[in-house]
Design a protein around this ligand. Structure first.
Ligand SMILES: Cc1cc2nc3c(=O)[nH]c(=O)nc-3n(C[C@H](O)[C@H](O)[C@H](O)COP(=O)(O)OP(=O)(O)OC[C@H]3O[C@@H](n4cnc5c(N)ncnc54)[C@H](O)[C@@H]3O)c2cc1C
Length: 382
């Protein structure tokens, strides 16, 4: 793996860094405080190609590859974790449609996701009773003439209230004949489709500017052409999408942690106790040394997974390794950042408090740390 960034990757990183620093970062505290879905900022990201970084250019994307995507995600997350998760899910939805869609589906949805005509895309897999085990889902899709009728409930759906299109998984096979993950299919459902009811936004610990809702499907009719991929083979699509998504969440965690680290370095230089900057104390230096080292290791793991994906190679285990390590070390880093800030780390005046709240969820969504360890252990024991 060559760690030197190519021209495209450098350009995407610079573009994302510039927009994140100039436009997103100054808004981040207010987005969190006001629980504001950052519509205008997302539109700006789309105009820069950052809502479809790894989607082919003929479908409106940047066609810049997974490494570029991971780098862009780090930059945006460093500025605002809420904006970053919305960007992550929209990129993932665009990639899924580009990979598995018919020409008609791709032409219909990819340009709208990429251009920002749709504020976001949504990925509706989890249910109230099926999180770590999505194969246990109970939402159904029943064929009725030239339509599919969806019934059931999805839970925790990022951007569910704003998405122009959602990728939705439902059981299409007879549970007895096709148990577990075998009878599951994937559908494209447009926001506002009759029979789709959006629940109230969850009141979350962090990423409060992102929208997280339940979705109820109550006799929700979609045309036969809404089926994405093959009938009863939808679970494979979900797993492939999540492999890529885990690179995105690793990068989100790395971005948040990088912000926490840089702010800690600055604060430790500025803050004086016992007539000396607290950066003079070895206790502070050792914290910073661990933060820098762990963050670098996380970055390398995420880059390797992204690089493998870009080469068209198998990257499932590497994506899980990156996710479990990056998200757990990012949590440690954000926790240390609060400690370095002392009492000021515990109040909203400094961003360290927001970073700690925002980073917590990265160990939960797109597969918990426990689920990542299951994937890694399965591969180690195979
Ligand atoms: C803010 C937010 C946004 C989200 N966005 C989306 C989204 O856009 N789309 C979507 O589909 N989902 C989304 N999710 C759902 C997320 O992916 C799930 O919350 C996650 O997969 C865990 O599922 P659960 O919450 O049902 O927990 P559970 O599966 O009930 O897990 C509870 C605990 O048990 C552990 N556990 C479960 N099974 C095992 C096992 N076999 N071995 C060891 N430990 C185990 C888990 O690791 C966890 O610690 C989001 C969640 C949040 C909080």
């Amino acid at each position: 793996m060559d760690l030197t960034l190519d021209e495209t990757q450098t350009l995407v990183q610079r573009t994302a860094r510039d927009y994140a620093t100039r436009v997103i970062m100054p808004e981040a505290a207010a987005i969190d405080r006001e629980e504001r879905f950052p519509k205008a900022i997302l539109k700006g990201l789309a105009e820069l190609g950052l809502m479809a970084v790894n989607v082919p250019s003929e479908l409106g994307g940047a066609g810049a590859g997974p490494v570029s995507y991971a780098l862009a995600m780090q930059e945006v997350a460093k500025a605002c974790a809420s904006t970053a998760v919305t960007m992550a899910v929209t990129n993932m939805v665009g990639e899924v449609i580009a990979a598995f869609g018919t020409d008609e589906q791709k032409q219909k949805y990819n340009p709208k996701l990429a251009s920002g005509e749709y504020a976001a895309g949504a990925f509706a897999l989890s249910e109230p009773g099926a999180g770590s085990d999505p194969g246990g889902m109970s939402t159904t899709a029943t064929r009725d003439g030239d339509a599919w009728v969806l019934d059931g409930q999805k839970q925790w759906i990022t951007s569910g209230a704003y998405a122009g299109v959602m990728v939705v998984w439902a059981r299409t096979g007879d549970r007895d004949k096709l148990p577990g993950t075998r009878g599951i299919s994937c559908f494209l459902v447009e926001g506002g489709t009759p029979g789709l009811v959006v629940g109230k936004a969850e009141d979350k610990m962090g990423i409060r500017g992102s929208n997280t809702v339940s979705l109820t499907f109550d006799g929700c009719r979609v045309p036969a052409s809404a089926l994405l991929g093959e009938l009863n083979s939808g679970f494979r699509i979900a797993m492939m999408a999540l492999d890529g998504g885990r690179i995105g969440i690793s990068s989100q965690a790395i971005g948040i942690a990088r912000a926490a680290l840089e702010e800690s370095v600055q604060y430790s230089r500025d803050r004086k106790q016992f007539d000396r900057p607290i950066s003079d104390f070895q206790a502070t230096q050792w914290k910073l040394a661990d933060m820098v080292t762990e963050l670098d290791a996380a970055h390398l793991l995420a880059m390797r997974a992204a690089w493998l994906k870009g080469q068209g190679r198998v990257f499932s285990r590497e994506a899980s390794m990156a996710k479990v390590f990056a998200t757990e070390c990012a949590n440690r880093i954000c926790n240390k950042a609060v400690q370095i800030h002392g009492g000021y780390g515990y109040i909203r005046e400094f961003a360290a408090e927001r970073h700690l709240r925002d980073v917590r969820v990265t160990m939960i969504y797109e597969g918990t740390s426990e689920v990542q360890r299951i994937v890694i252990a399965r591969s180690a024991l195979s």
